[in-house]
Design a protein around this ligand. Structure first.
Ligand SMILES: Nc1ncnc2c1ncn2[C@@H]1O[C@H](COP(=O)(O)OP(=O)(O)O)[C@@H](O)[C@H]1O
Ligand SMILES: [Mg+2]
Length: 206
């Protein structure tokens, strides 16, 4: 429009950070993966991950608990760590109210629970079910079919790539990721990783 000065906006540092995050998340999502398989001590991985996230958890007014059993598996350690991290970040963010409302979210601090649970598959040594559970806001039923779609986000500063990446990781491991959610109650993401040939074999007779 003639007479209207062009509006140039200079991105603020936090906007630049946001853009960088979208780009790196997208490249991670779009890049073909070659699986870097090795034996992974899941217990050690989740303990380190949860320790590294303790500050983020404290900021969200929550604590991440580790429960269950974490076996050694054969997997791509970096991909699994990233997927679990994305699920845990979402769990911590589930305590923040989506719209305007009382600061601090719907859950009172002290009752905010995030659990990272390990359940080895019985009858399938080397297979494991990893569950990330929260008692946050839950997911609206109309959003549920879309949450794994790249760029779907309900967050003002979301990239919509966290779950797409976690699902890609599940798929390239021949596994599966699912979701169960109840608005107002919380959400569970089960990530199933099947046993891999060449993985740890059960002790047997010589
Ligand atoms: N634990 C959770 N609790 C509530 N909503 C969730 C949870 N995890 C994912 N979601 C929903 O799924 C959407 C997509 O998640 P994700 O792919 O990680 O992107 P982002 O976190 O950047 O929005 C989120 O915007 C949110 O609406
Ligand atoms: Mg996310």
């Amino acid at each position: 429009m003639a007479g209207t000065p062009p509006s140039h906006r200079v991105s603020t540092p936090s906007e630049v950070e946001g853009i960088e995050k979208v780009v790196t998340d997208f490249l991670r999502y779009a890049r073909p993966v070659s699986l870097d398989l090795a034996e992974v001590d899941l217990r050690e991985m989740v303990e380190t991950l949860v320790r590294d996230m303790s500050e983020e958890a404290a900021t969200a007014g929550a604590e991440i608990e580790i429960q269950g059993t974490f076996p050694r598996i054969v997997a791509d350690e970096a991909l699994i760590r990233q997927a679990l991290r994305n699920l845990l970040v979402n769990a911590l963010e589930s305590f923040v109210p989506a719209g305007p409302g009382p600061a601090g979210g719907t859950q009172r601090a002290g009752t905010r629970r995030v659990i990272l649970r390990g359940i080895p598959e019985t009858g399938a040594p080397g297979g494991v079910r990893l569950l990330v559970e929260d008692n946050g806001a839950g997911i609206a039923s109309e959003d549920l079919p879309h949450i794994f779609t790249p760029f779907f986000t309900t967050k003002e500063r979301g990239t919509g790539l966290g779950l797409a990446l976690a699902q890609k990781t599940a798929v390239v491991h021949d596994g599966q990721i699912e979701v169960r959610s109840q608005p107002g109650e919380g959400t569970v993401f089960p990530l199933y990783l099947p046993p891999r040939p060449g993985g740890p074999t059960p002790p047997g007779p010589l």
